[in-house]
Design a protein around this ligand. Structure first.
Ligand SMILES: [Zn+2]
Length: 352
């Protein structure tokens, strides 16, 4: 059922001219966490029961959610008494996070994992944007309201029931080799892939699966320049969006391998990724590949119609992965995006 849905979504997804794709639940360019120790922060003992009337139930916080390293999606968080619910503006993503994470024992003491924490505030857009960690996602907002309060561990949080993290569901069953190949062949032959081949060229060999060495290194995709060969690992991904992201990211490595001088010339004065936990932080080739995959994603999601807030959306991509704007402008000049509704805005800076 899941595989059938996936294939349908891939088939209905992007056209060669770059229509937006349907995407399911969004996870990220990162394998499932081996352990959640990184998510655990010291917290008060769970048996304390305090007044929970201060819980800001019903409050809404608008912003952009980037789940597991993937590009940001506009939407809003709604605080309910059982969790923090994110609804994307396009109605395609609804995701609930617990208000209080699970109880853990460490050195004989009980801790409650903190769900919301403030990662940093960024003023790169000329106004403060608060970037929060919410479980495995980051959420950027200019109007943090109750999130800022939650990050400060208010006493009312102590009265909220702890909940275990939900395990990430794989996109395909890791034991179902036939479906793994089917999914790999489907994306390789999709209109989305045609758009990528138009930008980066087509590898000499068919797409393969990541081998055991790459898996042990935690890679969800690989590009082997010496063989001009691309490999993916859909069984360790958790969404179609992650699969598409991996393909764009790996083909970006093809571009790096084939035209290093061109990329060096383009990549001038690009600031580093501010978030130390984001993939590509302090590693320029990976940072570039992420910016390239983010740029492709932006052009795909805005291809159907000229969204009035596209410029603000691109700001959010750039905030998380600097260099995305530059790559978006470069791709907008390419023939495959000749009819893109934002082409004029991106290439001349003039809004139609
Ligand atoms: Zn990479």
């Amino acid at each position: 059922m899941r595989a059938a849905f996936l294939l349908l979504a891939l088939a209905l997804g992007a056209s060669a001219s770059g229509e937006p794709f349907a995407s399911g639940s969004a996870e990220g360019y990162r394998g499932p966490d081996a352990a959640d120790s990184a998510r655990v922060a010291p917290g008060p003992a769970p048996h304390l029961v305090r007044d929970r009337t201060a819980l800001p139930a019903g409050a809404e916080i608008g912003g952009f959610l980037s789940p597991r390293g993937l590009p940001p999606r506009p939407g809003r968080f709604i605080v309910t008494d059982t969790g923090l619910v994110f609804l994307s503006s396009d109605g395609r993503l609804a995701q609930t996070y617990p208000l209080a994470g699970p109880v853990r024992l460490r050195e004989g003491r009980r801790w409650r994992a903190q769900v919301v924490s403030l990662a940093y505030a960024d003023s790169g857009l000329g106004r403060p944007v608060y970037v929060f960690r919410v479980d495995g996602a980051v959420f950027g907002t200019e109007t943090p309201g109750p999130l800022l309060e939650m990050a400060g561990r208010p006493t009312w949080l102590d009265s909220v029931t702890s909940r275990e993290w939900r395990p990430d569901r794989p996109l395909v069953n890791p034991w179902d080799t036939a479906t793994i190949w089917l999914v790999t062949r489907s994306i390789e032959r999709s209109a989305y892939a045609d758009t990528l081949y138009a930008l980066f060229g087509r590898p000499a060999r068919p797409v393969g699966l990541v081998g055991s060495r790459g898996r042990h290194a935690g890679r969800l995709g690989e590009y082997i320049a010496s063989r001009d060969s691309l490999a993916l690992d859909p069984a360790r991904m958790t969404s179609e969006e992650q699969l598409r992201h991996a393909m764009a990211h790996e083909l970006a490595h093809r571009w790096q391998a084939r035209a290093p001088g061109q990329l060096r010339t383009l990549w001038q004065g690009i600031a580093p990724i501010p978030d130390s936990r984001r993939y590509g932080h302090n590693r320029v080739p990976e940072h570039q590949a992420e910016a390239i995959a983010f740029a492709v994603h932006f052009l795909q999601v805005t291809a159907a119609a000229a969204a009035p807030d596209a410029s603000a959306l691109l700001d959010q991509y750039e905030l998380l992965v600097p260099g995305t704007r530059l790559m978006t402008r470069y791709f907008a000049l390419q023939p495959v995006y000749a009819r893109h509704p934002l082409r004029r805005m991106l290439t001349t800076g003039v809004l139609d």
